[in-house]
Design a protein around this ligand. Structure first.
Ligand code: FPP
Length: 231
């Protein structure tokens, strides 16, 4: 095997999967799985800066998640609300910046207001950027970018044009994309940005994911040979 080791990834994107299965395995309601999932989010946010990671994108709620039972949607929105409140208190101490990727409609107005406030309040922080993929769908994001280009009167569109009109145009593409719970698909996540990402799949359920698991994923990434189509 080659001795060359990649630098740690600057941007790690995570599909946080398996909350429901974790709850089932513990004979608990699905809401308990999501609550444990929120704890794993905090663990990962605390662990990332020491690993050299500058950006983390978390798939918190997809455009397809609206098809879940209303009770579960309410649990997830409530957890997000509480988590935003917590970070309103601690983000500056952690030097953490919040960005969001996704469509605003039909997210509840009170949640959008809180999120807008935290995004504005943390805009000057220089540590880890947490990009929350909320009401996010990658196909919708690409369409949004194309339509924005058309609205500017462009007759033909380049790759740079698309990249410049994504939800977060200043976010570098993720070098590493992690999905937990043994599922091995992209599920409408970062279709444009993940063109050259290294994928890391682990059977660990999201509520059990921690610093040790994140280090394993980063180490696996560092030993991958990245050729970007070359030899
Ligand atoms: C997948 O588990 C997870 C989600 C649908 C949402 C992720 C949400 C959290 C981690 C909690 C709150 C998030 C934040 C940012 C505070 P699943 O329900 O699909 O699990 P299953 O496939 O085992 O049923």
């Amino acid at each position: 095997m080659s001795e060359t080791k990649n630098l740690p990834p600057a941007h790690v994107a995570i599909i946080m999967d398996g909350n429901g299965r974790w709850a089932k395995a513990h004979h608990l309601p699905r809401s308990a799985g999501h609550r444990e999932g929120a704890k794993a989010v905090r663990r990962v946010i605390e662990a990332t800066p020491s690993l050299g990671i500058k950006y983390v994108t978390l798939y918190a709620f997809s455009t397809e998640n609206w098809t879940r039972p209303q009770e579960e949607i309410d649990t997830l929105m409530d957890l997000l609300d509480k988590t935003i409140d917590e970070y309103q208190k601690s983000a500056d101490k952690q030097n953490l910046r919040l960005w969001v990727s996704g469509a605003r409609e039909p997210l509840p107005a009170h949640l959008l207001n809180k999120i807008d406030e935290l995004v504005a309040d943390t805009a000057k922080n220089t540590g880890l950027t947490v990009n929350l993929a909320l009401n996010y769908g990658a196909r919708q994001e690409i369409l949004h970018a194309v339509n924005a280009c058309l609205a500017e009167g462009k007759k033909s569109i380049t790759q740079q044009d698309i990249s410049a009109h994504l939800y977060q145009p200043n976010l570098p593409d993720p070098e590493l994309l992690i999905r937990t719970s043994g599922e091995e698909r992209l599920s409408n996540f970062l279709l444009w940005q993940a063109a050259y990402s290294e994928f890391y799949f682990t059977p660990v359920l999201w509520p059990d994911f921690d610093e040790k698991e994140l280090k394993k994923a980063v180490l696996a990434y560092q030993h991958r040979a990245r050729r970007f189509g070359g030899i």
